[in-house]
Structures are given as structure tokens and as C-alpha cells.
Design a protein around this ligand. Structure first.
Ligand code: SF4
Ligand code: SF4
Length: 144
């Protein structure tokens, strides 16, 4: 299974169209909406995890979105968890909407699944130990 997180920006003209649903109907792709909002200018923003049987099918679906005027990009930054600093207090799991941070039981350890992370950065500002940080995917360096 090929799976990737993408960031979609919908211009006002197409923000109300159900384009994402077409990914399933036309290209047999599965998607999971990690985050979505509409600005006061009626432009849309969505973080989507798209899964497909092949990379070729994924690329066709992305081409479809781009042909409709949707901007498609990958996350510019990634989140990292410093295991040496983390005290497993659990505070970050309360703010993580995608369950990328979760408590493993019965060990009661806080785990980080970066594949589920939407890079909302809520955990970065929540962590009292500053174990969560922001990493530039392009420059391969810590930025916060
Ligand atoms: S809030 Fe920070 S210290 Fe607490 S479990 Fe999460 S990453 Fe670890
Ligand atoms: S940035 Fe932190 S809070 Fe947001 S989805 Fe990723 S792990 Fe969860």
C-alpha cells in the first residue's frame, strides 16, 4: 500500500466542490482527512493522507486535483520526538487530533507515529519538556 500525506490548497472557485471524493470514485484511492478549514476568503485548506495500491494511481489522483486548480504539496516541515527528553507525561496526547501521539498500554509509554502527523505543531507548544520539535524536511535541520 502506497501512502502519503499531502497539503491541498483550494482556490475560492473550487473550494465548494467535492473534488476529494472523486479520488475514490475515479481513481480508487483511499483518503483520511487529518485537518481541514475554509478561510474567510472562502479558500480551502486540507491535510490529507492518501493511500493507494500503487504510486501510479496516487500520481493520477494528484494530477486530477492539480488539473482542477488545486495546489498540492508535501509537508515542508516534519515533527520529531526526542526520546531522551520525553518523560511520558501524556500531555501531548491530549492535543494531538490525529492520534499520531498515543499511549501504549500497559507500558504507559507515549508513542509517536509520524505517518499520522498533520504537522499542526500543537504538541510542540504543549510539551513541558520541549521534547517535541519541528524539523525542516528540505534542509534536514531542526527549526524549532
Ligand atoms: S508532552 Fe512531551 S514529555 Fe510529555 S509525553 Fe508528550 S513528548 Fe513526552
Ligand atoms: S504536530 Fe503534534 S499534535 Fe499535531 S498531529 Fe503531529 S504529533 Fe499530533
Amino acid at each position: 500500500m502506497y501512502s502519503k500525506i499531502v497539503i491541498l490548497n483550494f482556490p475560492q472557485e473550487v473550494a465548494q466542490k467535492a473534488l476529494v471524493c472523486q479520488l475514490t470514485k475515479k481513481y480508487d484511492l483511499l483518503f483520511n482527512i487529518l485537518s481541514a478549514r475554509i478561510s474567510n476568503k472562502k479558500e480551502g485548506y486540507m491535510v490529507l493522507e492518501i493511500s493507494s495500491g500503487t504510486k501510479a494511481a496516487f500520481n493520477k489522483g494528484v494530477k486530477f486535483l492539480k488539473d482542477q486548480g488545486v495546489s498540492v504539496s508535501g509537508p515542508e516541515h516534519q515533527i520529531y520526538k526526542d526520546e531522551e527528553i520525553c518523560t511520558h507525561c501524556g500531555a501531548c496526547t491530549a492535543v494531538c487530533q490525529t492520534e499520531a501521539l498515543y499511549i501504549k498500554r500497559p507500558e504507559m509509554e507515549v508513542m509517536f507515529d509520524k505517518e499520522r502527523c498533520s504537522v499542526c505543531e500543537l504538541c510542540v507548544v504543549t510539551c513541558p519538556a520541549r521534547a517535541m520539535g519541528l524539523f525542516s524536511a528540505e534542509a534536514q535541520e531542526v527549526v524549532a
